[in-house]
Design a protein around this ligand. Structure first.
Ligand SMILES: [Zn+2]
Length: 104
């Protein structure tokens, strides 16, 4: 299961960072899992308090567009997005990943 692989990686990293009771995770708008999916999976796989924070996307494109990406389709384990201005694949500056932002 895709979300289990991702959640296990987060748990490993959190343990290395010294997590013992709680972690805060930032979930980007363009990440392949939703905030809800990652929270549910982390809660199942650990006994920590899981807090998730949603991060809106910010992309940069060759056409000089900068701002939120246009999401074409997002489902279980994938997220397709484009530049809203020219429909090319922009570079993700923010909101493209799931990462730990704090541990307790
Ligand atoms: Zn563009």
């Amino acid at each position: 299961m895709h979300e289990t692989v991702i959640a296990n990686k987060i748990i490993e990293q959190a343990k290395l960072a010294g997590a013992s009771k709680a972690i805060q995770v930032e979930v980007g708008e363009l990440a392949e899992l939703t905030e809800e999916e990652i929270k549910t999976t982390l809660t199942q796989l650990s006994d920590w308090n899981i807090t998730t924070i949603f991060r809106k996307s910010h992309v940069k494109c060759n056409c000089n567009y900068q701002g939120p990406a246009k999401i074409i389709d997002k489902g279980h384990g994938f997220c397709y997005f484009k530049c809203p201005s020219c429909n090319e694949n922009p570079e993700v500056i923010k909101g493209g990943e799931i990462k730990i932002i704090g541990v307790e």
